[in-house]
Design a protein around this ligand. Structure first.
Ligand SMILES: Cc1cc2nc3c(=O)[nH]c(=O)nc-3n(C[C@H](O)[C@H](O)[C@H](O)COP(=O)(O)O)c2cc1C
Length: 197
């Protein structure tokens, strides 16, 4: 089984750190992983031509089909994006729009396991809405969303790294709570994938 991690930040920093934590747990549980940094790929904006409605293929010539082929073969997708004004980055949005042909080609992403990670500078800085935007994308593809489920009294059901702390700032890789949640998400994704196989 395989999970594709998609990093939507333009830089390899806080969100990348959390994504790697989840992917490491997945590989420790014998799930193959691959991390795609979205800015390494040539992905053009959807032009809204609607040709994918009839053809189930995109007419644009770039790297999207290569990524789409990887997604089709994968059992799970782990998407990670910082909050940019409370929404996923433009790079992630562009990618999400371009997956439309996969939906039109008889729902190619349905039943894939989806996990989501986000980060923000501030607490209440839009990590939750960023995550929920990606959930909505997944639901519209018929994906199965998995969330972290740790101690119900103290651990949230979303992986959101933040740089803010009570007395200032820290790099997101110092956000121990988010790191624990990211590991829990990887663990849960692996368990669910094993149960479903
Ligand atoms: C264009 C832009 C918009 C941002 N908008 C917000 C925001 O609305 N709220 C917030 O808390 N942080 C915001 N941030 C900060 C990022 O979410 C934060 O630095 C995040 O941790 C970056 O992740 P990275 O280190 O993986 O790139 C913004 C950053 C940029 C560059």
């Amino acid at each position: 089984m395989k999970v594709i991690g998609i990093l939507g930040s333009p830089v390899k920093r806080g969100t990348h750190f959390l994504l790697k934590k989840s992917l490491k747990v997945l590989s420790e549980k014998n799930i193959e992983t691959e991390l795609l940094h979205i800015i390494d790929y040539d992905i053009k904006f959807c032009t809204g031509c609607n040709k994918c409605l009839r053809k189930g293929k995109c007419v644009l010539d770039d790297d999207m089909e290569k990524i789409g082929d990887k997604l089709i073969k994968a059992d799970g997708i782990l998407m990670a994006s910082p909050s940019y004004f409370g929404t996923p980055t433009a790079q992630i949005k562009k990618f999400m729009d371009r997956t439309r042909y996969l939906k039109m080609d008889d729902q190619r992403l349905k039943d894939k396991i989806l996990g989501v990670i986000s980060s923000s500078g501030l607490n209440q800085g839009g990590g939750q809405s960023t995550t929920e935007d990606i959930y909505r994308f997944g639901l519209m593809h018929g994906m199965l969303i998995i969330v972290p489920c740790g101690a119900p009294q103290t651990e949230a059901n979303m992986v959101i790294g933040t740089a803010e702390k009570t007395d200032g700032w820290r790099p997101i890789k110092k956000d121990k709570k988010a790191e624990k949640l990211a590991k829990n998400l990887g663990d849960r994704m692996a368990d669910v994938m094993n149960k479903l196989k």
